[in-house]
Design a protein around this ligand. Structure first.
Ligand code: BGC
Length: 365
């Protein structure tokens, strides 16, 4: 079982002690057929912010797709300031306004238990979208590109890029970045990447010159570009005045571009650099041979999966979208999940991977 959160680790340990021989708990009851609801019901979509293109696109796709399916979408973004409280308020008003399903891209996955429990008590189905909601049994489903797999792809690509670019080196100087501590995905991405990188740090192949290898040391508050850029500035000034920087683990594209900016300003050679999301500017940068890789998580597929689930709930059908009942433990239960597979993208396969995406394919020509 993958180690995903501290709660998950504790629960896994407890389960191992008390249920040795048993596999992880799964909540089968919530995949049973329900009573259904009116076909034009309100469906709440609570999204965190617009720090990445994927969230902007998701809002548009939910509005259009739910409307087309006959539902009444109520799409809200948490504003930049007072975000957690505002998202809590938005969810509460979705409940009051009679939503039948609430889909949540959590701003802070640890701060929504009270709201989703109120939703559950009102008979509303709660779907955690992209980011897991922690420490409550009131989350019915989790739909996401597998975030642990994202981290594994980033770690593998970093190693491959270093070996391919510096065939004469046997050790590489690298730095590690992670996302915002309030986003549960940040730790999951990082753990996935470290499952690949830690053995190479241990055997000396990778040298983290700053010594900053803990999640908290590598965090980027709010997923904000300026925070990653200023940490990179500090690392370069403190450790790389006369040392090469060969690679950087960046958890997403927005932060990767901020890191590139910092390296450029310092006049250093560009490192092998990872990312995630396939944002337009990063895809251009990959094609231009700057950013080394990104991860493709086709938001269209993720939103479509959620809308399919909403339609099944509406019809009172059994939910067919669950493909994992063992991995994503939120500290209270293993949340039945529908996990899509992320895809690693470098200059070599960009044209092929984006061939079916009209906004990205032209960038690879
Ligand atoms: C999402 C990423 C995104 C990041 C910042 C994460 O939870 O999974 O796709 O880059 O949030 O918005």
């Amino acid at each position: 079982m993958k180690k995903l959160t501290i709660g998950a680790m504790a629960l896994a340990a407890a389960l191992a002690l008390t249920m040795s021989g048993c596999s992880a708990r799964s909540d089968t009851s919530s995949t049973e057929a329900g009573a259904g609801f009116d076909a034009d019901s309100s469906i709440g979509i609570a999204l965190p912010d617009k720090t990445s293109e994927n969230w902007v696109l998701a809002g548009e796709l939910f509005t259009d797709g739910l409307t087309e399916a006959g539902f009444t979408p109520d799409v809200q973004y948490a504003p930049a300031s007072n975000t957690v409280a505002e998202q809590q308020n938005q969810i509460t008003s979705m409940i009051t306004n009679g939503a039948k399903v609430i889909v949540i891209g959590a701003k802070d996955g640890a701060q929504l238990a009270a709201q989703v429990e109120t939703a559950r008590d009102a008979g509303i189905t709660v779907i955690a979208y992209d980011r897991l909601i922690l420490n409550t049994d009131a989350v019915d489903y989790y739909i996401s590109f597998d975030p642990y797999a994202v981290g594994v792809l980033q770690g593998e690509a970093l190693l491959e890029g270093l070996a391919a670019t510096y065939p004469d080196k046997s050790t590489y100087n690298v730095e590690l970045f992670s996302g915002s501590p309030d986003d549960n995905n940040s730790g999951v991405f990082f753990n996935g990447a470290m499952s690949v990188l830690q053995p190479k740090i241990d055997d000396g192949t990778l040298v983290v010159v700053s010594g900053e290898t803990e999640l908290a040391q590598t965090a980027t508050q709010g997923w904000l570009a300026q925070n990653a850029q200023s940490r990179m500035d500090t690392l370069l000034a403190g450790y790389y005045q006369s040392t090469d920087l060969d690679g950087v683990l960046s958890p997403n594209d927005t932060l990767a571009r901020a890191i590139l900016e910092s390296v450029r300003s310092a006049g250093k050679d560009l490192p092998i650099l990872t990312g995630q999301d396939s944002e337009v500017e990063s895809v251009k940068s990959i094609v231009a041979g700057e950013q080394y890789m990104t991860v493709y998580k086709d938001t269209r597929a993720l939103v479509a999966a959620v809308i399919d689930m909403v339609s099944e709930l509406q019809a009172g059908n059994e939910i067919s979208e669950i493909n994992d009942t063992e991995t994503y433990d939120n500290g209270v239960k293993v949340v039945p999940s529908y996990l899509l597979a992320p895809v690693a993208v470098t200059k070599d396969n960009a044209a092929e991977v984006y061939a079916e995406n009209p906004s990205l394919a032209p960038l690879t020509e």
